[in-house]
Every structure is written in structure tokens, then in C-alpha cells.
Ligand binder design. Structure first.
Ligand SMILES: NC(=O)c1ccc[n+]([C@@H]2O[C@H](COP(=O)([O-])OP(=O)(O)OC[C@H]3O[C@@H](n4cnc5c(N)ncnc54)[C@H](O)[C@@H]3O)[C@@H](O)[C@H]2O)c1
Length: 317
């Protein structure tokens, strides 16, 4: 019998790549998404092969209805209020989606006997500031600096409770900074998408400082979306349990990112330098030794950027 995977947030940037991959691998797939940031276009490769439920995970009754009618055996929980900025402005809304909504999904999963649960957590935010020259391992105690990170850390604890109480096996994937085709270039996060879109249209870009206006900007660990999808598939096929950073283990400054995109597009960017942004971490780099035992063929940054630029050139609005 085919495995039935329900992907919450399956119309979003990362979720839609996961959906395409699952369909190609022969899984039966359903998407549960409220299309707040997700788009039907993201599912154009798979739309006619997947069941799409337009629903909000905060609507407990509806979530139960969907689970009881479609009966997934596996859940990949990608849906989230994914903006740190919004979480700072409205921590209540963030907790409603990322904690209460998540618990609705968990309860519905238990109710229909789901056998494996994958959770998209955040490595980029959960550890707080990572001292320069170091890389956070999964053993570091979370030090959330935003309600978004606090909610993700909290949901990870719920997973432990549901493992203990109901025997629901799970894996937590703590993504670093994911980039690639389909990332929204109009949000306030996702610097690769924002820079690429702006450079294509000859617009100036802003580099927010790490400490002082005019420096090379924050340091982040950039991971290509295809690698996230591969890791997701490894976890699913091997039913791995535990917590894994999904990261490259190396940091890049915002200026390095900009230079790589500019050279891929052969453009000379016009740059505005601005002060550090409230809530932004200066440095976030994540150790990936645990994952390296399962996956090691990371896409190198220039190649990932080239693929991303190519996609944006073809799809830019
Ligand atoms: N992009 C990154 O760098 C990154 C880093 C760390 C963690 N994550 C996590 O990965 C997951 C996917 O992120 P993304 O970058 O693809 O973001 P995204 O905004 O593109 O995807 C989120 C999806 O969830 C849906 N959604 C939001 N609220 C919902 C609700 N109440 N009910 C149902 N659906 C809802 C959205 O419509 C969207 O399709 C999220 O859980 C996010 O927190 C992303």
C-alpha cells in the first residue's frame, strides 16, 4: 500500500519542493495550507497529483475533519507563521499558529494513528547568538531571542510529550537559512530571494549591519532547498528519530551573498548600508556533524545561487 503523506504548509517555499519530491517518489500526498504566504503556483508541477485542502491549522475542527477523511500515515509539518518580525509585533498570533495550530495537527495525527511526524523547526533562530568562530550543535540549550524561536522550541517539547504519552515517533529538522527557487522575494526575510529579484530589476539593495553601518552584514549559514528536500527524504525513508541541524556548518556575510548573486547575474549592485535591525542575530552558524553521517553532498553556494538566479530570471514578476 502506498504511504500517505500530509504536508502542512505544502504550498509554501520549502513545503512545495517537499511535495514535488514526494510525488516523484510515488507517495500519495495531501497539502493542508491556508495560502497566507503559500501559492498555488508553487504546486504547478504537482497540483493535479495531490489532494489540496485549503484550511487553517488553528481551526481545530477542520484539521480533525481533514485528517479523519484523508487518513495520512505520515505528517510533514511545514506550516508556520515564519516571520521573526511579525512574531515580535504579534507574539500572540505567532503562538496561535506555531504552538496552538501545531498542537491541533499533533492531536489530529494521534487520533488517526499517524506513524511518523516530521517537524520543520528553526536552527537559524533557536540557538540565539552563536559566538563568532563557533557552530551551534543540537546539544546547545535553545536561547530563543524572538517569540518565533520560542514557539518553535516549545513545539519541539510538545513532540517529546507526544512521543512519551502516545508513542508518536518524530524527527525535528532545524533548518538554517534556506534559499532557492520559489522563495518569496517580497518579504523582509530571505535575503537571497530579495537581492536576486532586486538586482534583476536594476534596483538598489540594502545591507543591514551586523554591528555598525557599513560593515559586511550578519553571518548566516545558507542551505540550498534541494538539500533540505533530500534530507527530508532520508529521514522519511529511514524513519529517523531525533533532532538534526540542517545546515552547511559554514557562515557567509550578507556582502558575500550579494557578491555571489551579482557575479552570477553579471551586475554591479547599488548598495545602501543601514543600521542593524532589531531582533536580528549577528551570527548564526550551525554544526552539521550529526547529519553528516546520513548526508554529505551539500550543494556548494555558487551552484545553489546559480540555480536560484536561473529560476528567478525565468519567473521574476
Ligand atoms: N525559509 C527558511 O529559511 C526557514 C528557516 C528555518 C525554519 N523554517 C521553517 O520551515 C517551514 C517552511 O518555511 P518557508 O520558508 O517555506 O515559509 P513559507 O511562508 O513559504 O511557508 C509556510 C507555509 O505555511 C502556510 N501557513 C501559514 N500559516 C498557516 C496556517 N495558520 N494554517 C495553514 N497553513 C499555514 C503558508 O501559507 C505557507 O504555504 C516553516 O515552518 C518555517 O518556520 C524556514
Amino acid at each position: 500500500m502506498k504511504k500517505r503523506v500530509l504536508v502542512t504548509g505544502g504550498a509554501g517555499f520549502i513545503g512545495s519542493h517537499i511535495v514535488d519530491d514526494l510525488v516523484k517518489r510515488g507517495y500519495e500526498v495531501a497539502v493542508l495550507d491556508n495560502f497566507s504566504t503559500g501559492r498555488l503556483e508553487n504546486l504547478s508541477e504537482s497540483a493535479n497529483k495531490v489532494e489540496i485542502f485549503k484550511a487553517d491549522i488553528t481551526d481545530r475542527e477542520r484539521v480533525f475533519e481533514i485528517f479523519e477523511s484523508w487518513k495520512p500515515s505520515i505528517v510533514s509539518h511545514q506550516a508556520a507563521q515564519a516571520s521573526v518580525k511579525i512574531s515580535m509585533e504579534r507574539p500572540d498570533l505567532d503562538a496561535m499558529v506555531n504552538v496552538v495550530g501545531g498542537v491541533n495537527v499533533l492531536d489530529a495525527a494521534v487520533a488517526v494513528g499517524v506513524s511518523y511526524f516530521i517537524f520543520a523547526s528553526t536552527g537559524g533562530a533557536i540557538y540565539g547568538e552563536v559566538p563568532e568562530g563557533q557552530a551551534a550543535t543540537e546539544e546547545w540549550i535553545p536561547q530563543p531571542k524572538s517569540p518565533y524561536a520560542a514557539a518553535k522550541a516549545s513545539f519541539e517539547l510538545y513532540l517529546k510529550v507526544y512521543r512519551a504519552q502516545f508513542g508518536l515517533p518524530f524527527v525535528v529538522l532545524r533548518y538554517a537559512n534556506v534559499y532557492g527557487p520559489r522563495q518569496d522575494p517580497f518579504g523582509e526575510a530571505g535575503v537571497v530571494a530579495i537581492f536576486t529579484e532586486r538586482l534583476i530589476h536594476g534596483k538598489a539593495v540594502t545591507v543591514f549591519a551586523r554591528r555598525h553601518r557599513g560593515d559586511t552584514g550578519c553571518v548566516r549559514d545558507y542551505v540550498f532547498v534541494d538539500d533540505v528536500v533530500t534530507v527530508h527524504n532520508i529521514m522519511l525513508s529511514e524513519k529517523r528519530e531525533g533532532v538534526f541541524n540542517v545546515s552547511t556548518g559554514t557562515g557567509k556575510t550578507t556582502m558575500e551573498v550579494l557578491e555571489t548573486i551579482a557575479s552570477s547575474l553579471n551586475r554591479r549592485p547599488q548598495i545602501h548600508f543601514d543600521n542593524p535591525r532589531a531582533g536580528d542575530l549577528e551570527v548564526s552558524v550551525l554544526d552539521n556533524s550529526a547529519l553528516k553521517t546520513l548526508f554529505s553532498s551539500w550543494t556548494d553556494f555558487p551552484t545553489g545561487i546559480q540555480k536560484t538566479v536561473k529560476w528567478f530570471l525565468a519567473h521574476s514578476r
